[in-house]
Design a protein around this ligand. Structure first.
Ligand SMILES: C[S@@+](CC[C@H](N)C(=O)[O-])C[C@H]1O[C@@H](n2cnc3c(N)ncnc32)[C@H](O)[C@@H]1O
Length: 259
């Protein structure tokens, strides 16, 4: 009997032995729809985030900044920057002589970011696609993406683009939701997130967009698979740290000299 072949765009989770689970290689929702959903939730995004993460997101972002190892006078690009919270934390780390650029598809999210952090001289917010960054190669000390990767049409291309714009020896950092282990905790979490996000969305009058969020995790690669994707695009010293009882993963990789 011939073995069933995985779909061309899938990867295999090595952590599940011979029970192969095939994950998506990217978000199937078209970019214009993703952008318009984030446009619609931009004014309430930060408040909803605080509710849904019980205020822990600040701690996770600080861990992401530390993982970049940027220091005063350094530089970073923050992909899918949204309302700019991680971008701003990076700006504090590089100080007034550094440079941080936040890039996002959604003009409304960028407006919120500019309103909150536009007065910091070392920050710039630009409209753009994480998969086609408007920068030369090797220009930043670090690239970050927080809760944005799962929205991209190709996760590998997202990491490839981050690695392209970071200088050799610099860091690529990804903060993203993941399915917690053990499996029972994962099921509980998926159930709670799947029900809670649309309910909170309805309370804020943004039902459609917040129904999208839990679905964007369906078939999303495990933390181990994502680490494999990073290695696959040539990143070195790839490491994963689990936060929030394993519900959030912080991935870090280094751009090698010869990428
Ligand atoms: C869940 S929000 C995360 C925002 C922010 N990074 C944070 O930590 O709160 C996801 C963001 O990704 C942006 N986004 C989605 N696809 C994108 C793409 N292809 N390029 C740039 N930004 C994108 C959305 O507009 C949205 O602002």
């Amino acid at each position: 009997m011939s073995e069933a072949k995985p779909p061309a765009d899938s990867s295999v989770d090595p952590s599940v032995g011979d029970r192969h689970i095939h994950s998506r290689a990217g978000n199937p929702v078209p970019e214009p729809r993703v952008a318009s959903m984030f446009d619609s939730i931009a004014p309430v995004y930060d408040r909803m985030n605080t509710i849904m993460t019980a205020g822990l997101d600040g701690r996770w972002r600080r861990a992401a900044v530390r993982a970049t190892r940027v220091t005063a006078g350094g530089s970073a690009v923050d992909l899918a920057c949204g309302t700019g919270k991680l971008t701003a934390a990076l700006a504090v780390a590089v100080g007034p002589n550094g440079r941080v650029v936040g890039v996002d598809l959604s003009t409304a999210m960028l407006e919120e970011a500019r309103r909150a952090f536009g007065d910091l001289a070392q920050i710039e917010f630009v409209a753009g696609n994480a998969l086609a960054l408007p920068f030369e190669a090797n220009v930043f000390d670090a690239a970050t993406i927080a809760f944005g990767l799962r929205n991209l049409a190709s996760f590998a291309d997202g990491f490839r683009e981050m690695a392209r714009v970071v200088r050799p020896g610099g860091r690529v950092v990804c903060l993203e939701l993941t399915t917690p282990r053990p499996k029972i905790l994962g099921r509980f979490y998926t159930g709670v997130f799947g029900r809670m996000a649309p309910l909170v969305g309805r309370a804020f009058g943004r039902r459609e967009a917040y129904a999208y969020l839990p679905h964007s995790l369906d078939g999303f690669p495990s933390a181990e698979e994502l680490a494999g994707t990073m290695r696959g695009v040539g990143l070195a010293n790839v490491k994963v740290r689990r936060l929030a009882l394993g519900a959030v993963a912080l991935h870090t990789g280094e751009v090698p000299q010869n990428l």
